[in-house]
Design a protein around this ligand. Structure first.
Ligand code: 26Q
Length: 832
């Protein structure tokens, strides 16, 4: 990527002489000043939360300075800015990450120690912003980190949910959801901007009219009006002057409506209206693989998309530019279809509000937008019932119809007399009840469409969007996901980071390919011993977390076999459970067997309405209860369900894993990103040829990966040939026994009914081919066990995993987006 020369920072950005210096003294006085002037506290009277808020404010001061310099650099030049539209940003804790980015961790610890304050205690006060479900939201956060670090001008746009993803508690083995009140003690990282707010219409009707120039135009007369207020969070790049921006919209009632009702004497009605408006940004929908046609969800999508596009247009016009050059200054990325209504909203803004002709508006829209698909699961593809759409967004529906009319005319020209194809490609699904197909809208409205791993992109082209790929093959591309090594190595695993830096210098933090340099050290006995020390220390830390959170004590010398991710049948946590039962049975039948000690750790949240996923959580906990208490096992096998898997907890898990479970049914996991985080931290993968596992295996070497299971093509063949899970069940003694035990209540205190739905589903349908892959999985697990016995060999494999996963840095992914999709270049920023 070409890099421009830095714009000199305006000296007046050092607003207060020395205020944001990074010396211990400046940090200490900034901290005391913030404590005094923002918390009105003297150190001796402050609560830990007040101390935390003052510390965060001190760090934020330094971010703001960089942010002002970044804004200055951008206004000085004519640059294209990335707008990353995402309904989710799963940031995780900010404090430590920002200290590492700024390079002031030591100074901050020292400044606090000088005041008798323990840094770790303050850091533990932080509530993580859980504004996402899982992979997709976390990916957005990793991309913001890389954009800032690569000095690419970017804004993340989303929703400031008052309640993020629920906290998970486990009671009697069942998941219980607890509201995530992440804002209750204040959010020191955000800056509310009441001055940056936009009106968003909902409902009502449209009306044609002739404008002053005699053109026929359309007017939308909404019957609801909500205001979106910007809340900004600075995203620090790692050791650079650039600071990115995350702008989240909070919904508020538009005043005019309050007053209208008030004037009519309906004071309570006015308050009602306020409550209804504020509901829009109230809560994150906790489903991650099921699209339900809920009105509020569509309102959320339209709300944040409209605010974001209006904000971009405002900035664009502020620079004295014309609306028809919008696309030259903004590259707008749609993170899945959740913001796909942007296609219609940008058209509406350009045509209705800025009077562009349709054709010009379409060119602008198409050149500005690009779409990333994250799923092939049919039940996760977003569709909105046409009547709902018509009621909520009547003008947008008209625009979608017009886009569709013009698009299908083109299809008919390219493929004459092929009405079946036209029906397949239509933006409107007309088989029975009518739906707007959001993936089709996003595809037609964008200049680029990408999948998130090589296999997934291929399947997109081959299956889900095959007609579109046939029409416009060049529109389709792949950008394999990546994860940020700052958070998932440097911050999460400081010991390993230290060892890596000792070995190859610290350049790897911004250039992960440099980890290749440790490949040569895999043959070095001393290095391997140091490597094992680091892993063991992380396992001790996690063992302590497990003990304090679940009461289970685990042996840090045992193999830590970990599966952490959202709970879903396609991810097959129940396959993992069947393996555990199998191991347990082997011990029971032969208690004297030489058994390689294992700790099986599972974590993840289930969507609150997803009964089978919740039953799988209960299953893991039930197996844990039996296995952990059985004296015959003698502690050689332990099972742990780690509650409340979130970013904070994840940072303790990846460094401690020996074995990474990536066992989805081939063709179902778009990419996976946890798989990358584990491998980077030196865990070996047991996995199927699904998502990015394929590329991880290629990168680390086939000998350093435990492969099993049917391929996508074999899955297809098995299904079309007629799959009979009961036959598999009958033909495998260990499988037969495990499932029979489950059905008989062996893990549910004799209650044969408890796991019945799961057992019946596996035996009668098994939609995710758990039984079909069982034997291959067990064999791969046995191979992993043998490999683990050979400590030196395992360590070598572990080192090679870390050494060879440089390409899974989100920096690589962002460079690909920048060059191939966005056409953006870095703009270096000098700090004032
Ligand atoms: C849609 C409509 C209504 C309500 C909720 C939703 C919804 C919300 C979140 C649908 C899907 C999601 C999240 C999907 C997700 O996280 N997908 C994952 O994306 C990762 C990043 O690309 C991939 O690595 C994973 O493979 C993919 O499952």
């Amino acid at each position: 990527m070409t890099r421009r020369t830095p714009v000199a920072a305006r000296p007046d950005h050092a607003l207060i002489e020395g205020h944001t210096d990074n010396t211990v003294a400046a940090i200490r006085s900034g901290f005391l000043a913030n404590l005094l002037f923002t918390q009105a506290r003297l150190p001796e009277h402050a609560t830990p939360n007040e101390l935390y808020l003052a510390l965060a404010a001190t760090v934020r001061d330094r971010l703001v300075q960089r942010w002002m310099s970044t804004v200055h650099a951008l206004t000085e030049r004519d640059v294209r800015v990335v707008s990353y539209l995402s309904a989710e940003f799963l940031l995780g804790p900010q404090l430590i990450n920002n200290l590492v980015a700024l390079g002031i961790e030591t100074e901050v610890r020292e400044a606090l120690a000088g005041l008798g304050i323990d840094f770790a205690e303050l850091a533990a006060r932080e509530e993580e912003p859980g504004l996402g479900n899982g992979g997709l939201g976390r990916l957005a956060a990793c991309y913001l980190d890389s954009l800032a670090t690569l000095e690419i001008p970017a804004v993340g746009y989303g929703i400031r949910y008052e309640f993020g993803i629920f906290d998970q508690e486990i009671r009697d083995g069942w998941q219980v959801e607890v509201t995530d009140k992440w804002l209750q003690h204040g959010n020191p990282w955000e800056i509310a901007r009441p001055g940056i707010a936009f009106h968003v219409g909902l409902g009502g009707r449209t009306e044609p009219f002739e404008d002053v120039d005699g053109h026929w135009r359309v007017r939308w007369i909404p019957d609801r009006d909500v205001r979106g207020v910007a809340h900004d969070t600075a995203i620090a790049g790692y050791r650079v002057g650039t600071c990115g921006l995350l702008r989240l919209w909070k919904a508020e009632a538009a005043e005019s409506f309050d007053f209208q009702a008030f004037n009519l004497g309906d004071y309570l009605g006015a308050v009602d209206q306020k409550v209804v408006s504020e509901n829009i940004s109230k809560v994150l929908y906790p489903n991650d693989a099921l699209s339900q046609g809920r009105q509020l969800r569509l309102e959320q999508q339209h709300f944040f998309v409209s605010c974001s596009l209006q904000d971009m247009l405002r900035l664009h016009l502020l620079q004295g530019r014309s609306p028809d050059t919008f696309h030259r200054h903004f590259a707008v990325q749609l993170n899945d279809t959740h913001p796909a209504v942007a296609v219609a909203e940008l058209m509406r803004l350009l045509i209705d509000e800025h009077a562009l002709p349709w054709e010009r508006a379409w060119e602008v829209c198409h050149a500005a937008l690009a779409y990333t698909n994250h799923t092939l699961l049919p039940e996760a593809l977003e569709r909105w019932p046409v009547p709902l759409f018509a009621r909520l967004l009547p003008r947008h529906l008209e625009i979608i119809y017009e886009i569709n009319r013009r698009f299908l005319d083109e299809v008919r020209v390219r493929f004459p007399a092929d009405e079946a194809r036209v029906a397949r490609m239509s933006l409107i699904d007309e088989h029975g009840e009518r739906f707007v197909r959001m993936a089709h809208l996003a595809t037609v409205g964008s200049h680029a469409v990408n999948g998130v791993a090589a296999l997934h992109s291929e399947l997109l082209r081959r299956e889900v969007l095959c007609d579109f790929a046939e029409l416009e093959p060049d529109k389709f591309t792949n950008v394999t996901n990546g994860v940020t090594p700052r958070r998932f190595l440097r911050v999460a695993n400081p010991r390993l980071a230290g060892l890596l830096t000792e070995a190859v210098g610290d350049g790897w933090v911004r250039d992960l390919e440099q980890l290749r340099g440790i490949e040569a050290r895999a043959g070095d006995e001393g290095f391997r011993a140091a490597w094992r020390e680091v892993k063991l220390a992380a396992k001790r830390d996690l063992a302590e977390v497990i003990r304090s959170r679940t009461g289970v004590s685990v042996d840090p010398a045992s193999m830590f076999d970990v599966q952490v991710k959202r709970i879903h049948e396609y991810k097959r946590q129940h396959l993992n459970a069947l393996h555990v039962i199998t191991l347990y049975n082997r011990i029971r039948y032969n208690p004297a067997v030489e058994f390689v000690p294992r700790t099986v750790i599972v974590g993840g949240k289930a969507a609150p309405g997803y009964r089978m996923a919740k039953l799988i959580i209960k299953l893991i906990n039930s197996i844990a209860e039996v296995v952990n208490a059985d004296p015959l096992v003698r502690g050689r096998l332990k099972v742990v369900f780690l509650p409340d898997f979130n970013v904070t907890n994840a940072q303790g898990v990846y460094p401690a894993a020996d074995l990474s479970e990536q066992i989805s049914t081939a063709g179902k996991e778009a990419s996976g990103t946890g798989n990358m985080k584990f491998a980077m931290n030196g865990a070996l993968t047991i996995g199927t040829l699904d998502g990015a596992n394929v590329e991880i295996r290629d990168a680390v070497g086939v000998d350093n990966f435990f492969l099993f299971g049917l391929t996508v093509d074999q899955v297809g063949a098995l299904r079309s040939g007629g799959y009979h899970p009961r036959a598999v069940f009958g033909g495998d003694a260990e499988l037969h026994e495990a499932i029979t035990q489950l059905a008989a209540g062996a893990f549910s205190r004799g209650d044969a009914g408890l796991f019945r739905p799961l057992v019946d589903n596996l035996l009668d349908h098994d939609p995710f081919l758990v039984l079909a892959d069982y034997r291959a999985y067990i064999d791969a697990q046995d191979a992993a066990t043998r490999a683990f016995l050979d400590t030196e060999r395992w360590t070598r494999m572990s080192i090679l995993n870390t050494a060879r996963t440089g390409c899974f840095s989100s920096d690589r992914a962002i460079r690909e987006y920048a060059e191939r999709i966005w056409g953006v270049v870095p703009v270096p920023v000098e700090v004032a």
